[in-house]
Design a binder for this molecule. Structure first.
Ligand code: NAD
Length: 474
């Protein structure tokens, strides 16, 4: 079985100590990844630190041109990397799957390459002139999750290098090989040391966070890990961008025509088998519309082929790992024991892969674990409401605040409701519709800081004020 290497200072590093990577659709071993240790973390940070000044000294045009070359590499290797995503993560090649993830990688690379952060004139009078310049932060540690492994790594690394930082990336231990391979390919167009990888579990992530020469951490993952990162960055005072989980509510306003919108809602809840931070994870429906909404969603669920994502026509894959599979199973079992009605799905499909059917649950409410906790799986609890204020209050009754959505035919009314939802983004008649120009980030336990667009680029810089005293006129 091939041993995939990590990259430090432009060189591939293989170790004797490795860990296995299995295909979640088949249980087959598909490769092994070299395991980094603390020394490798130090070497990677040292390489990033040494490369940073000369990378930052390049002109914006040079860095933009190099980042565009990265986009070309990603586009040329889309099929190869998409195959890794499907075999390692589980999402199918087709539908909103791994080819889609690779297209997003290209787009989220091209857009930062097109952005600038010009000097801002902050203040001027007869006596002084103050300008705000944007400087790179330095060495950025990027820590990625397993759900959109390549796309989220790209979100973290591309704005960082565009702005003149250098990066050490640690992929999730569940989805390491595709990311190591992507970084190996990207390194063919970057100067050595600008983008490095280390691999392993949370202990390697923690070593990176604690390292004295790391200036900023870009983290995407769970709130519990984010809290550990806050603790372990107290020594180096690394700046943090924390993109954590969510438990997004979707509210359908009374009388909304959902036939035309149902497919968008379906994928807003079930893209990547619901293993997406900003998926609709709770659906609030007026009691008079409940039957019609249930019918249209269960009809769609019955038509979506699930299986090994390497096969043609498959649009839904397995759950990515056993921990997540058990969590979903446990939450659905708990809901059933509390009287939830299983509209469709509701129990595992059987091995060898971690297949769990699209599951719609009725007769559930806030206060049930399946509604209150982030299930991060192919499950949607559907909660009836009588008045819109009740739905808003229940939507906000959560510790998280990543996204939310309002579905309605009257856009003004939908916008009024949207403004009352406590979340970083509230979509109207769509859910999870992120865009590389539009800032994205959460509130409450969903973390802090934003990614994407100009705001995302600013987040990987530090402001420097240049303050000039004007000569006194005599
Ligand atoms: P996780 O927190 O378990 O792991 C994420 C990463 O952190 C992994 O690379 C892991 O090895 C690393 N890690 C673990 N312990 C660490 C430590 N002490 N110090 C440093 N790094 C450590 O999360 P996960 O299960 O991989 O991802 C799923 C979660 O991510 C869900 O909650 C999901 O909602 C969230 N998520 C959020 C976004 C977003 O943009 N807001 C996007 C995708 C996923």
């Amino acid at each position: 079985m091939k041993n995939y290497a990590f990259t430090i200072n432009g060189k591939s590093i293989s170790t004797e100590k490795t860990f296995d990577v299995k295909n979640p659709a088949t249980g087959d071993l598909i490769g092994s990844a070299s395991m980094s240790n603390k020394d490798h973390v130090s070497q990677a940070v040292a390489a990033a630190k040494a490369a940073q000044p000369s990378w930052a000294a390049k002109s914006d045009e040079e860095r933009k041109s190099t980042v565009n070359k990265v986009a070309d590499i990603l586009a040329e290797n889309t099929a190869y990397l998409a195959k890794w995503i499907t075999e390692e993560q589980g999402k199918p090649m087709a539908g909103p799957g791994s080819m889609f993830e690779m297209q997003a990688c290209v787009g989220w690379t091209q857009v930062p390459a097109s952005l600038d952060l010009p000097v801002e004139a902050i203040f001027e009078d007869d006596t002084r002139k103050d300008e705000l310049h944007r400087k790179p932060v330095g060495v950025i540690g990027a820590i990625a999750p397993w759900n959109w492994p390549l796309m989220i790594a790209i979100w973290q690394i591309i704005p960082a290098i565009r702005a003149g930082n250098t990066v050490v990336l640690k992929p999730s231990e569940y989805t390491t090989i595709g990311t190591l391979e992507m970084v190996r390919l990207i390194n063919t167009v970057l100067p050595p040391g600008v983008l490095n990888t280390v691999s392993g579990g949370g202990d390697i992530g923690a070593s990176l966070v604690e390292h004295k020469d790391v200036d900023k951490i870009m983290f995407t993952g769970s709130a519990s890990t984010a809290r550990r990162i806050i603790e372990s960055s107290k020594g180096n005072m690394a700046r943090l961008t924390l993109e954590c989980g969510g438990n997004d509510a979707a509210i359908i306003l009374p009388g909304t025509d959902m036939k035309s919108k149902a497919e968008d809602l379906f994928w807003g809840a079930f893209i990547n088998m619901g293993q997406t931070c900003a998926c609709a994870k709770r659906l609030y429906v007026h009691e008079n519309d409940y039957d019609a909404v249930v019918e249209v969603l269960s009809d769609l669920a019955s038509k979506m082929p699930m299986g090994n994502g390497m096969e043609d026509g498959i649009v839904l894959g397995p759950i990515q790992n056993k921990m997540q599979f058990d969590k979903v199973n446990d939450l659905v079992k708990d809901a059933k024991s509390k009287g939830a009605e299983v509209i469709c799905g509701g129990s595992p499909l059987g091995g060898p892969g971690y297949f769990y059917p699209i599951t719609l649950l009725g007769n559930v409410d806030n206060g049930h674990r399946i509604v209150d906790e982030e299930q991060f799986g192919p499950v949607l609890p559907i909660i009836k409401y009588k008045i819109v204020e009740e739905a808003i209050q229940k939507a906000n009754d959560t510790k998280t605040g990543l996204g939310g959505s309002v579905w309605g035919d009257d856009l003004d009314q939908a916008a009024k409701v949207a403004s009352k939802i406590q979340a970083g983004t509230v979509w109207i008649n769509q859910h999870g519709a992120i865009h590389p120009m539009v800032p994205f980030g959460g509130i409450k336990d969903s973390g802090y800081g934003v990614e994407f667009g100009i705001e995302g680029l600013k987040a990987v810089t530090r402001p420097q004020v240049i303050s000039i005293k004007k000569p006194v006129l005599v």
